[in-house]
Design a protein around this ligand. Sequence first.
Ligand SMILES: [Zn+2]
Ligand SMILES: [Zn+2]
Length: 354
Amino acid sequence: MKAVVCHGPRDYRLEEVPVPRPGPGEVLVRVHLAGVCASDGKAWDGAPKIWGTNDGQGRYIEPPVIVGHEFVAQVVAFGEGAEGRDGLAIGDYVCSEQIVPCQDCLYCKEGLYWLCEPHDIYGFHQRTPGSWAEYMVFPRKALNYKLPAGMDPDHGVFVEPLGCAVHTINRAEIRFNDVVVIAGCGSLGLGMVAAAKMKSPKTIVALDLHPARLELARKCGADITINPRDEDAVTKVKEMTGGYGCDVYIEATGAPRAVTQGLDMIRKRGRFIEFSVFRDLVTADWSIIGDTKELDIKGVHLSPHAYDTAIRMIAEGRLPMDEIITHKLPLEDYEQGIQMVIDGSASLKVTLRP
Ligand SMILES: [Zn+2]
Ligand SMILES: [Zn+2]
């Protein structure tokens, strides 16, 4: 089968490799559509935060490995004893959570499976080859989900990113009276807008530098959109909150400036939710967090307990999926896909069709 194999930064190759065989408890699937994530762009580019050395977080990439953690696929075969697991049948369209938890480490035993120490994520570690290939295997400990009948299978490729957006909103613990600012309306930020809408806060404010993305943010449920290129976002948010600032600020841009902007526009005792992976170190006035505003700062990683909600949101048509999935390229054009994601100006969700 064809597969994109990562050998190192900027050294990805389209190769012919054997179709994997499902072992006991495993499921063989044919990849229907695979996503290109911002983290794929950063990994390709050699971002030290993703490659690094093993920093104890288990985040490093382990080449050679087949790339890709976003996908929708179709069940092809079951390994020994796997028939019918997770309610799956041959031909079903399925997703699988990007992390395959070990169920044995400190975090797994505490129920925090998405922080699992070995951290086997599809497309990063050799134990979990990824989705930029014609076939892949869901391991025995994988967390699998069947897509509902009637849902466009192509839309299933957005379940993983939308799951991350749902987890972000769960972390924000939004209340009815909150003014929620979501900085960054890439595909993840748009998912956060749609998920925040389901929590019914007073006002959802979306920030982005691209007018077309702000238009989509309105379709996803944003009440107010601000382009920081045209107007001062901090001043505007303070004006609409009687000078206090927003209750919740969600950072989903990956730009250091969006962090300091958030610290400036958030109210005292506000909740600052950090989602992004940054290419560069971020410098901020740390005193704002304690002495000035007594903020709650929360980080977000992956999409635990969020796939069911993400699948339901797509099935219910809560997002304009056909406008969010902007590109469906043949697998062979993966380098073009990576470049589009790195550039970011003319695409939202870029996908690959094996
Ligand atoms: Zn991703
Ligand atoms: Zn674990």
